[in-house]
Write a protein of this length. Structure first.
Length: 298
């Protein structure tokens, strides 16, 4: 299977920007945003080239799931293999596209099980010039939270970009199995603004009305959402907090109960900060992360 891409070539030379959606098959706003960008970008005003991939992981989308039928997470499988499973082959093709780009934006949501506070993120690249381009991209994207994290996490689209020295950010906007038009609007605006920031479109980029909260955390594992506050058992998860809420160490994040309500496990915050990811799908398996708390400056 070949990735379905659309390229828009400008009248003037310039950078090559890659924008992807649908790395996970249950993340819908990125797919719609990429489709809208196909008509929103005017080639007559464009300098350079934009490659759009509305749905990288078509096999997962057709299933209505995060993953394809090999159950591999595409965002943990890069750079993939040309002769591997369907997800490994998709990762291989995606990695080749990333290496061909000068800039990369990877659009996500929390899918059907999670909601994520709108944010843009990047790895804390060792090269200061590339790191500064990460910061410029994230600021221009215009979401209220910017999160720089551990540069050593592998298997991801951004780790391919890291190794190829391609400046790259990812973005998250809510989720929970719903389709939010506001997320599509934010993603279209963010991509166009990054294009203005880097000269693909006439500038200047539009600054957000409120400055974003910026947190950079280079500790090992920072940015690995699936490791944060795992459940001790499977069952029915009932959250006790809301997305965007500030919590203290020891606060109750929620409970997991069996179907008869006879056994209850309470999940406590391991540290204080801002709830930026919350598990909203009631069914949870043992070891699944139910919340991500971002430690923030006071």
């Amino acid at each position: 299977m070949q990735l379905v891409t659309t390229s828009i070539v400008g009248k003037q030379p310039g950078l090559h920007l890659l924008i992807t959606g649908g790395v996970h098959g249950d993340e819908f706003e990125p797919m719609a945003a990429a489709r809208r960008l196909m008509t929103a970008i005017d080639p007559a005003k464009l300098s350079g080239r934009v490659t759009l991939v509305p749905c990288v992981n078509e096999p997962a989308f057709r299933r209505g799931h995060r993953t394809a039928d090999d159950n591999l997470d595409l965002a943990r499988t890069c750079p993939g293999r040309a002769d591997g499973t369907v997800t490994e082959q998709t990762a291989f093709q995606l990695s080749a596209l990333i290496r061909s780009a000068d800039l990369y934006i990877d659009l996500h949501t929390g899918g059907t099980r999670l909601v994520v506070l709108p944010l843009s993120g990047y790895c804390l690249h060792r090269d200061p010039e590339i790191l500064e381009k990460h910061r410029r991209m994230a600021r221009a994207f215009g979401l209220p939270l910017i999160w720089g994290t551990d540069p050593n996490l592998n298997g991801r689209s951004l780790s391919v970009a890291r190794d190829a020295n391609v400046p790259a950010i990812y973005a998250e906007y809510m989720g929970g199995g719903r389709f939010d038009p506001a997320g599509v609007d934010a993603y279209v605006h963010g991509c166009l603004n990054v294009m203005a920031e880097f000269g693909l479109l006439p500038g200047p980029a539009v600054s957000p009305a409120e400055p974003p909260l910026v947190v950079e955390d280079s500790r090992p594992g920072s940015g690995h959402m699936q490791l944060n506050h795992p459940t001790p058992c499977g069952g029915f998860f009932d959250p006790a907090v809301k997305l965007g809420q500030r919590v203290q160490k020891g606060d109750v994040l929620g409970t997991v109960v069996d179907l008869l309500g006879k056994k209850t496990e309470v999940i406590y915050a391991l540290y204080g900060g801002l709830v930026i990811v919350l598990h909203t799908f009631p069914r949870v398996e043992s070891g699944v992360s139910v919340a991500v708390i971002l430690e923030t400056p006071d």
